[in-house]
Design a protein around this ligand. Structure first.
Ligand code: SF4
Ligand code: SF4
Length: 378
Protein backbone atom coordinates (compact mmCIF):
# COMPACT_ATOMS: atom_id res chain seq x y z
CA UNK A 1 0.00 0.00 0.00
CA UNK A 2 1.56 3.34 -1.02
CA UNK A 3 0.50 5.42 1.99
CA UNK A 4 3.55 6.08 4.25
CA UNK A 5 1.55 5.39 7.44
CA UNK A 6 0.57 1.97 6.15
CA UNK A 7 4.27 1.34 5.54
CA UNK A 8 5.00 2.48 9.08
CA UNK A 9 2.32 0.09 10.38
CA UNK A 10 4.01 -2.74 8.49
CA UNK A 11 7.40 -1.81 9.96
CA UNK A 12 6.02 -1.60 13.50
CA UNK A 13 4.31 -4.98 13.01
CA UNK A 14 7.63 -6.56 12.02
CA UNK A 15 9.48 -4.93 14.93
CA UNK A 16 6.75 -6.21 17.23
CA UNK A 17 7.78 -9.83 16.76
CA UNK A 18 11.31 -8.93 17.80
CA UNK A 19 10.00 -6.99 20.81
CA UNK A 20 8.00 -10.06 21.89
CA UNK A 21 11.12 -12.22 21.71
CA UNK A 22 13.11 -9.66 23.72
CA UNK A 23 10.37 -9.28 26.34
CA UNK A 24 10.16 -13.06 26.62
CA UNK A 25 13.92 -13.30 27.11
CA UNK A 26 13.64 -10.71 29.88
CA UNK A 27 11.09 -12.90 31.64
CA UNK A 28 7.98 -10.82 30.94
CA UNK A 29 4.81 -12.93 31.17
CA UNK A 30 2.69 -13.37 28.01
CA UNK A 31 -0.99 -14.21 28.20
CA UNK A 32 -2.94 -15.41 25.15
CA UNK A 33 -6.59 -14.38 24.78
CA UNK A 34 -9.23 -15.80 22.43
CA UNK A 35 -12.29 -13.72 23.01
CA UNK A 36 -13.54 -10.21 23.64
CA UNK A 37 -15.15 -11.32 26.90
CA UNK A 38 -11.75 -11.80 28.58
CA UNK A 39 -10.53 -8.64 30.34
CA UNK A 40 -7.05 -7.99 28.99
CA UNK A 41 -6.69 -5.25 31.63
CA UNK A 42 -5.86 -8.03 34.11
CA UNK A 43 -2.80 -8.95 32.07
CA UNK A 44 -1.79 -5.32 31.57
CA UNK A 45 -2.18 -4.64 35.31
CA UNK A 46 0.20 -7.51 36.05
CA UNK A 47 2.74 -6.05 33.59
CA UNK A 48 2.19 -9.07 31.36
CA UNK A 49 1.67 -8.81 27.59
CA UNK A 50 -1.81 -9.74 26.32
CA UNK A 51 -1.71 -11.49 22.93
CA UNK A 52 -4.81 -11.95 20.75
CA UNK A 53 -4.96 -15.51 19.41
CA UNK A 54 -8.15 -15.94 17.36
CA UNK A 55 -7.28 -17.88 14.17
CA UNK A 56 -8.14 -15.98 10.98
CA UNK A 57 -6.28 -18.01 8.37
CA UNK A 58 -7.24 -21.09 6.41
CA UNK A 59 -3.73 -22.67 6.37
CA UNK A 60 -3.85 -24.72 9.61
CA UNK A 61 -7.45 -25.93 9.18
CA UNK A 62 -6.55 -29.18 7.36
CA UNK A 63 -4.33 -30.18 10.30
CA UNK A 64 -7.01 -29.22 12.80
CA UNK A 65 -9.52 -31.45 10.99
CA UNK A 66 -7.42 -34.49 11.92
CA UNK A 67 -8.72 -33.96 15.45
CA UNK A 68 -11.71 -31.66 15.25
CA UNK A 69 -14.88 -32.36 13.23
CA UNK A 70 -14.89 -30.89 9.73
CA UNK A 71 -18.31 -29.30 10.19
CA UNK A 72 -17.06 -26.92 12.87
CA UNK A 73 -16.65 -23.13 12.68
CA UNK A 74 -13.45 -22.23 10.74
CA UNK A 75 -12.42 -19.77 13.45
CA UNK A 76 -12.28 -22.60 15.99
CA UNK A 77 -10.46 -24.94 13.60
CA UNK A 78 -7.98 -22.25 12.58
CA UNK A 79 -7.26 -21.33 16.22
CA UNK A 80 -6.76 -24.97 17.17
CA UNK A 81 -4.74 -25.71 14.02
CA UNK A 82 -2.26 -22.94 14.81
CA UNK A 83 -1.85 -24.34 18.32
CA UNK A 84 -1.40 -27.99 17.39
CA UNK A 85 1.06 -27.22 14.57
CA UNK A 86 2.83 -24.62 16.71
CA UNK A 87 2.89 -22.21 13.76
CA UNK A 88 1.60 -19.06 15.41
CA UNK A 89 4.36 -16.96 17.04
CA UNK A 90 1.83 -15.44 19.44
CA UNK A 91 0.56 -18.82 20.63
CA UNK A 92 4.15 -19.99 20.94
CA UNK A 93 5.04 -16.97 23.07
CA UNK A 94 2.02 -17.29 25.38
CA UNK A 95 2.71 -18.77 28.82
CA UNK A 96 -0.96 -19.33 29.56
CA UNK A 97 -4.07 -19.32 27.40
CA UNK A 98 -7.34 -17.74 28.46
CA UNK A 99 -10.59 -19.00 26.94
CA UNK A 100 -14.23 -18.38 27.77
CA UNK A 101 -17.29 -20.63 27.76
CA UNK A 102 -18.85 -18.85 24.80
CA UNK A 103 -20.15 -21.18 22.06
CA UNK A 104 -20.16 -24.97 22.40
CA UNK A 105 -17.48 -25.56 19.78
CA UNK A 106 -15.04 -23.15 21.32
CA UNK A 107 -15.41 -24.30 24.91
CA UNK A 108 -14.96 -27.95 23.91
CA UNK A 109 -11.95 -26.99 21.78
CA UNK A 110 -10.32 -25.43 24.86
CA UNK A 111 -10.42 -28.84 26.57
CA UNK A 112 -8.22 -30.19 23.78
CA UNK A 113 -6.10 -27.06 23.64
CA UNK A 114 -5.08 -27.58 27.25
CA UNK A 115 -3.00 -30.54 26.03
CA UNK A 116 -0.69 -28.10 24.26
CA UNK A 117 -0.52 -25.23 26.74
CA UNK A 118 -1.76 -24.31 30.21
CA UNK A 119 -5.31 -23.13 29.61
CA UNK A 120 -7.72 -21.34 31.90
CA UNK A 121 -11.35 -21.11 30.81
CA UNK A 122 -13.50 -18.33 32.22
CA UNK A 123 -17.04 -19.48 33.01
CA UNK A 124 -18.98 -16.84 31.09
CA UNK A 125 -22.70 -16.57 31.91
CA UNK A 126 -25.14 -17.09 29.03
CA UNK A 127 -27.05 -13.86 29.64
CA UNK A 128 -26.42 -10.34 30.91
CA UNK A 129 -28.90 -10.22 33.77
CA UNK A 130 -27.64 -7.66 36.33
CA UNK A 131 -29.19 -9.59 39.27
CA UNK A 132 -27.88 -13.08 38.50
CA UNK A 133 -25.31 -13.13 35.69
CA UNK A 134 -23.33 -10.05 36.72
CA UNK A 135 -22.56 -11.21 40.31
CA UNK A 136 -21.54 -14.64 38.95
CA UNK A 137 -19.26 -13.02 36.38
CA UNK A 138 -17.80 -10.71 39.02
CA UNK A 139 -16.93 -13.76 41.15
CA UNK A 140 -15.43 -15.47 38.12
CA UNK A 141 -13.22 -12.45 37.43
CA UNK A 142 -12.05 -12.43 41.06
CA UNK A 143 -10.97 -16.05 40.52
CA UNK A 144 -9.26 -15.00 37.29
CA UNK A 145 -7.45 -12.26 39.19
CA UNK A 146 -5.91 -14.77 41.59
CA UNK A 147 -4.81 -16.93 38.66
CA UNK A 148 -3.08 -13.99 36.99
CA UNK A 149 -1.50 -13.04 40.32
CA UNK A 150 -0.14 -16.48 41.00
CA UNK A 151 1.04 -16.83 37.40
CA UNK A 152 2.84 -13.49 37.22
CA UNK A 153 3.79 -13.04 40.87
CA UNK A 154 2.27 -9.53 40.76
CA UNK A 155 -0.46 -8.38 43.09
CA UNK A 156 -3.33 -6.80 41.15
CA UNK A 157 -3.91 -3.83 43.41
CA UNK A 158 -6.70 -1.31 42.80
CA UNK A 159 -4.06 1.13 41.65
CA UNK A 160 -2.60 -1.29 39.09
CA UNK A 161 -6.06 -2.21 37.81
CA UNK A 162 -7.07 1.44 37.52
CA UNK A 163 -3.87 2.19 35.58
CA UNK A 164 -4.57 -0.69 33.18
CA UNK A 165 -8.18 0.44 32.68
CA UNK A 166 -7.01 3.97 31.89
CA UNK A 167 -4.47 2.73 29.34
CA UNK A 168 -6.90 0.32 27.65
CA UNK A 169 -9.58 3.03 27.58
CA UNK A 170 -7.15 5.27 25.72
CA UNK A 171 -6.58 2.46 23.25
CA UNK A 172 -10.35 1.97 22.85
CA UNK A 173 -10.85 5.71 22.35
CA UNK A 174 -8.17 5.75 19.64
CA UNK A 175 -9.77 2.71 18.01
CA UNK A 176 -13.19 4.34 18.09
CA UNK A 177 -11.84 7.60 16.65
CA UNK A 178 -10.19 5.58 13.90
CA UNK A 179 -13.43 3.77 13.04
CA UNK A 180 -15.47 6.95 13.32
CA UNK A 181 -13.56 8.74 10.58
CA UNK A 182 -15.58 6.62 8.16
CA UNK A 183 -18.74 8.45 9.19
CA UNK A 184 -17.53 10.98 6.63
CA UNK A 185 -18.90 10.86 3.07
CA UNK A 186 -17.12 9.38 1.19
CA UNK A 187 -15.41 7.14 3.74
CA UNK A 188 -11.73 8.16 4.06
CA UNK A 189 -10.57 4.57 4.76
CA UNK A 190 -11.47 1.51 2.74
CA UNK A 191 -12.83 -1.45 4.71
CA UNK A 192 -9.65 -3.40 3.91
CA UNK A 193 -7.43 -0.60 5.22
CA UNK A 194 -9.46 -0.19 8.38
CA UNK A 195 -9.42 -3.92 9.02
CA UNK A 196 -5.69 -4.17 8.40
CA UNK A 197 -4.95 -1.33 10.82
CA UNK A 198 -7.20 -2.67 13.59
CA UNK A 199 -5.94 -6.22 13.13
CA UNK A 200 -2.25 -5.34 13.21
CA UNK A 201 -2.55 -2.82 16.04
CA UNK A 202 -4.24 -5.55 18.10
CA UNK A 203 -0.98 -7.51 18.15
CA UNK A 204 1.27 -4.66 19.27
CA UNK A 205 2.85 -5.31 22.64
CA UNK A 206 3.55 -1.64 23.11
CA UNK A 207 0.09 -0.13 23.59
CA UNK A 208 1.43 3.44 23.41
CA UNK A 209 2.82 2.77 19.93
CA UNK A 210 -0.55 1.48 18.76
CA UNK A 211 -2.43 4.46 20.23
CA UNK A 212 0.00 6.97 18.67
CA UNK A 213 -0.24 5.26 15.30
CA UNK A 214 -4.04 5.24 15.31
CA UNK A 215 -4.08 8.91 16.29
CA UNK A 216 -1.67 9.69 13.47
CA UNK A 217 -3.90 7.83 11.00
CA UNK A 218 -6.97 9.77 12.17
CA UNK A 219 -5.12 13.06 11.61
CA UNK A 220 -3.91 11.95 8.16
CA UNK A 221 -7.31 10.64 7.14
CA UNK A 222 -8.84 14.03 7.94
CA UNK A 223 -6.65 15.39 5.10
CA UNK A 224 -8.04 12.71 2.76
CA UNK A 225 -4.57 11.21 2.27
CA UNK A 226 -5.97 7.67 2.22
CA UNK A 227 -8.57 8.17 -0.45
CA UNK A 228 -8.12 5.84 -3.42
CA UNK A 229 -9.09 6.71 -7.00
CA UNK A 230 -12.05 4.38 -6.74
CA UNK A 231 -13.60 6.00 -3.70
CA UNK A 232 -16.36 8.53 -4.15
CA UNK A 233 -19.82 9.54 -3.10
CA UNK A 234 -21.43 7.23 -5.65
CA UNK A 235 -20.26 4.03 -3.90
CA UNK A 236 -22.76 2.24 -1.67
CA UNK A 237 -21.89 2.24 2.02
CA UNK A 238 -21.99 -1.17 3.68
CA UNK A 239 -21.89 -2.13 7.36
CA UNK A 240 -20.54 -5.59 8.15
CA UNK A 241 -22.06 -7.37 11.13
CA UNK A 242 -21.84 -10.93 12.46
CA UNK A 243 -18.75 -13.03 13.11
CA UNK A 244 -15.25 -11.60 13.64
CA UNK A 245 -13.02 -11.15 10.59
CA UNK A 246 -9.30 -10.55 10.23
CA UNK A 247 -6.50 -10.79 7.72
CA UNK A 248 -7.01 -14.14 5.99
CA UNK A 249 -10.74 -14.27 6.70
CA UNK A 250 -11.62 -11.02 4.96
CA UNK A 251 -12.82 -12.35 1.60
CA UNK A 252 -16.31 -10.86 1.99
CA UNK A 253 -14.81 -7.41 2.62
CA UNK A 254 -12.56 -7.73 -0.43
CA UNK A 255 -15.29 -9.02 -2.73
CA UNK A 256 -17.68 -6.27 -1.61
CA UNK A 257 -15.03 -3.67 -2.43
CA UNK A 258 -14.24 -5.30 -5.77
CA UNK A 259 -17.96 -5.17 -6.57
CA UNK A 260 -17.87 -1.38 -6.18
CA UNK A 261 -19.10 -0.72 -2.61
CA UNK A 262 -17.32 0.57 0.50
CA UNK A 263 -17.34 -1.41 3.73
CA UNK A 264 -17.47 1.64 5.98
CA UNK A 265 -18.03 0.02 9.37
CA UNK A 266 -17.60 -3.23 11.27
CA UNK A 267 -20.14 -3.94 13.99
CA UNK A 268 -18.49 -7.27 14.89
CA UNK A 269 -15.96 -7.96 17.62
CA UNK A 270 -13.07 -7.10 15.29
CA UNK A 271 -14.56 -3.61 15.11
CA UNK A 272 -17.00 -1.48 17.03
CA UNK A 273 -17.59 -3.95 19.86
CA UNK A 274 -14.06 -3.08 20.98
CA UNK A 275 -14.89 0.62 21.25
CA UNK A 276 -16.60 0.89 24.62
CA UNK A 277 -14.83 2.27 27.65
CA UNK A 278 -14.68 0.59 31.06
CA UNK A 279 -15.87 2.93 33.83
CA UNK A 280 -13.06 4.74 35.66
CA UNK A 281 -15.49 5.98 38.32
CA UNK A 282 -16.33 2.77 40.19
CA UNK A 283 -14.38 -0.08 41.79
CA UNK A 284 -12.20 -1.55 38.98
CA UNK A 285 -13.32 -5.18 39.34
CA UNK A 286 -17.00 -4.14 39.18
CA UNK A 287 -16.25 -1.90 36.22
CA UNK A 288 -14.51 -4.70 34.34
CA UNK A 289 -17.27 -7.20 35.13
CA UNK A 290 -19.99 -4.80 33.94
CA UNK A 291 -18.36 -3.67 30.73
CA UNK A 292 -17.12 -7.07 29.57
CA UNK A 293 -20.39 -8.85 30.31
CA UNK A 294 -22.28 -6.26 28.27
CA UNK A 295 -20.41 -7.24 25.05
CA UNK A 296 -23.24 -7.73 22.53
CA UNK A 297 -22.30 -11.12 21.05
CA UNK A 298 -24.72 -13.79 19.81
CA UNK A 299 -23.49 -16.24 22.46
CA UNK A 300 -25.67 -14.23 24.88
CA UNK A 301 -29.33 -15.09 25.06
CA UNK A 302 -31.01 -12.71 24.57
CA UNK A 303 -28.57 -10.42 22.82
CA UNK A 304 -30.52 -7.17 22.70
CA UNK A 305 -27.39 -4.98 22.84
CA UNK A 306 -26.51 -6.01 19.29
CA UNK A 307 -29.70 -4.51 17.95
CA UNK A 308 -29.17 -1.25 19.85
CA UNK A 309 -25.65 -1.04 18.45
CA UNK A 310 -26.76 -1.89 14.92
CA UNK A 311 -29.48 0.78 15.05
CA UNK A 312 -26.99 3.44 16.16
CA UNK A 313 -24.28 2.48 13.68
CA UNK A 314 -26.64 2.29 10.69
CA UNK A 315 -27.60 5.87 11.39
CA UNK A 316 -24.17 7.22 12.39
CA UNK A 317 -22.39 5.73 9.39
CA UNK A 318 -25.25 6.50 6.96
CA UNK A 319 -25.16 2.99 5.53
CA UNK A 320 -27.08 1.82 2.47
CA UNK A 321 -26.92 -1.86 3.31
CA UNK A 322 -25.94 -4.40 5.97
CA UNK A 323 -24.07 -7.62 5.26
CA UNK A 324 -24.52 -10.16 8.05
CA UNK A 325 -21.70 -12.69 7.97
CA UNK A 326 -21.87 -16.13 9.61
CA UNK A 327 -19.05 -18.65 9.68
CA UNK A 328 -20.21 -22.11 8.72
CA UNK A 329 -21.49 -24.09 11.71
CA UNK A 330 -21.74 -21.01 13.92
CA UNK A 331 -25.20 -21.68 15.28
CA UNK A 332 -25.55 -18.59 17.43
CA UNK A 333 -24.90 -16.07 14.64
CA UNK A 334 -26.78 -18.21 12.14
CA UNK A 335 -29.94 -18.36 14.21
CA UNK A 336 -29.68 -14.68 15.17
CA UNK A 337 -29.53 -13.76 11.44
CA UNK A 338 -33.32 -14.05 11.28
CA UNK A 339 -33.73 -11.41 14.00
CA UNK A 340 -31.06 -9.20 12.40
CA UNK A 341 -32.92 -9.30 9.09
CA UNK A 342 -36.23 -8.63 10.82
CA UNK A 343 -34.82 -5.65 12.72
CA UNK A 344 -32.59 -4.08 10.06
CA UNK A 345 -34.68 -4.69 6.97
CA UNK A 346 -38.22 -4.68 8.26
CA UNK A 347 -37.93 -2.18 11.14
CA UNK A 348 -35.20 0.16 9.87
CA UNK A 349 -35.85 -0.32 6.16
CA UNK A 350 -32.22 -1.09 5.30
CA UNK A 351 -31.74 -4.14 3.03
CA UNK A 352 -29.62 -6.96 4.50
CA UNK A 353 -27.69 -9.79 2.94
CA UNK A 354 -26.95 -12.85 5.07
CA UNK A 355 -23.91 -14.85 3.97
CA UNK A 356 -22.67 -18.12 5.39
CA UNK A 357 -19.19 -19.17 4.41
CA UNK A 358 -15.83 -20.43 5.69
CA UNK A 359 -12.18 -19.39 5.27
CA UNK A 360 -11.58 -21.24 1.98
CA UNK A 361 -11.71 -19.64 -1.47
CA UNK A 362 -13.98 -22.38 -2.87
CA UNK A 363 -17.17 -20.27 -2.90
CA UNK A 364 -15.64 -16.96 -4.02
CA UNK A 365 -17.51 -17.00 -7.36
CA UNK A 366 -20.82 -17.73 -5.68
CA UNK A 367 -20.29 -15.00 -3.09
CA UNK A 368 -19.43 -12.50 -5.80
CA UNK A 369 -22.67 -13.25 -7.66
CA UNK A 370 -24.75 -12.81 -4.50
CA UNK A 371 -22.98 -9.62 -3.42
CA UNK A 372 -23.22 -8.11 -6.92
CA UNK A 373 -26.96 -8.85 -7.10
CA UNK A 374 -27.45 -7.38 -3.62
CA UNK A 375 -25.55 -4.17 -4.42
CA UNK A 376 -27.51 -3.70 -7.63
CA UNK A 377 -30.69 -3.93 -5.65
CA UNK A 378 -29.65 -1.18 -3.15
S1 SF4 B 1 -17.77 -13.40 18.30
FE1 SF4 B 1 -18.37 -13.47 20.47
S2 SF4 B 1 -17.58 -15.43 21.19
FE2 SF4 B 1 -16.52 -15.00 19.25
S3 SF4 B 1 -14.63 -13.93 19.86
FE3 SF4 B 1 -16.17 -12.35 19.49
S4 SF4 B 1 -17.08 -11.92 21.51
FE4 SF4 B 1 -16.00 -13.90 21.64
S1 SF4 C 1 -17.87 -17.50 15.07
FE1 SF4 C 1 -19.53 -18.54 16.19
S2 SF4 C 1 -18.97 -20.73 16.26
FE2 SF4 C 1 -17.15 -19.54 15.68
S3 SF4 C 1 -16.08 -19.20 17.62
FE3 SF4 C 1 -17.38 -17.38 17.28
S4 SF4 C 1 -19.34 -17.83 18.28
FE4 SF4 C 1 -18.20 -19.77 18.12
Amino acid sequence: MPNPIMNKLQRITEENLLEIEQAKAQGRAMIGFYCLYSPTEMAVAADAIPLPLCGTRNDPIADAEEILPRNLCPLIKSSFGFAMTDTCPFFKASDIIIGDTTCDGKKKMFELLSRYKTTHVLQLPQNQDPETALPAWHTELERFKTIIESHTGKSLTQERLRGAIRLMNRERAARKALMDINRKLPAPLSGSQLLEIMFKVGFLTNKEKGIALMEEIVAEAANNSFQSESSGNHRKRILLTGVPVGIGSDKVVKITEQCGADVVAFENCSGYKQAFAVSEEIDPMSALAEQYLSTPCSVMSPNTGRFDLLGEMIQDFAVDGVIDLTWQACHTYNVEAFQVNEFVEKTLGVPTLHLETDYSESDTGQLRVRIEAYLEML
